[in-house]
Design a protein around this ligand. Structure first.
Ligand SMILES: [Zn+2]
Length: 250
């Protein structure tokens, strides 16, 4: 199990909660020394253009600091996907998040759709042909859904329930209904956590979610799996929730 991380992900680029000072550090403190870290490069513009319009890439580029960090997050996703496809499970400890970014617009603290860029790049390289996306963030990833909704080879799953056990069972059932895929890609948002905005899943639930997704990938994706950080805003619990998920996922 590898973790993609750059110290630059700690840089603050806006005044939204995803960009809050200390947020990435709160997670890093729990993962450092526990997993080997890989350092990413920024995503080449050609990879961003597999998902986004030239207009969108240029509009993000008007803020050069934001562009540097958003393309580095997308580059982190590329590295996580390639690492996973080569057989090593991987977590992208990246920001800004991406699942509210559509081809030509974005909102909800997102700029480039990191997960979509990473999958489209895998497909373009000929490495993978099919995938399944599980998004367990509290919020529906409308950007990801907009990008893949007409592609039967890339189903998008966003389970929802007000009960933790029922949520986990639903996630497992929906994944299994998809069957065999080349790779499992996860939008890992932790804002459904206890004491976070969704106030539902505790540490044990996240560990179980990691196990469910690992077991699915081992059975149906030849073990190929990666997850990318999306939301999660309570710095007091965020690191423990991410670590618990990764302990189940590895
Ligand atoms: Zn969210």
């Amino acid at each position: 199990m590898k973790v993609v991380y750059s110290p630059r992900y700690c840089e603050v680029y806006s005044n939204d909660p995803a960009s809050a000072p200390g947020r990435i550090e709160a997670i890093c403190d729990h993962l450092e020394g526990r997993f080997p870290f890989l350092e990413p490069e920024p995503a080449p513009e050609a990879d961003l253009l597999l998902v986004h319009s030239q207009y969108h890439v240029e509009s993000i580029g008007r803020d050069s600091h934001l562009y540097e960090l958003a393309s580095l997050a997308a580059g982190g996703a590329l590295l996580a996907a390639r690492t996973a496809f080569a057989g090593e499970p991987c977590f992208g400890l990246i920001r800004p998040p991406g699942h509210h970014a559509s081809p030509s617009d974005c909102w909800g603290f997102c700029f480039f759709n990191n997960l979509a860029v990473s999958l489209k790049s895998l497909f373009a390289s000929g490495a993978a042909r099919t995938a399944v996306i599980l998004d367990f963030d509290l919020h529906f990833g409308d950007g990801t859904d907009n990008i893949f909704c007409r592609d039967p080879d890339v189903p998008y799953i966003h389970p929802s329930d007000n009960n933790a056990d029922a949520f986990l069972k639903r996630a497992e059932r929906e994944l299994k209904s998809v069957g065999d895929r080349d790779i499992l890609a996860i939008s890992a948002g932790f804002d459904r956590g206890k004491s976070d905005w969704g106030n539902l899943l505790d540490e044990e639930d996240y560990r179980r979610l990691g196990e469910i997704t690992r077991d699915y990938a081992v059975e149906h994706c030849e073990g190929r799996r990666y997850a990318l950080l999306e939301g999660g805003y309570n710095h007091q619990v965020l690191g423990r929730h991410v670590l618990a998920f990764l302990e189940g996922f590895e």
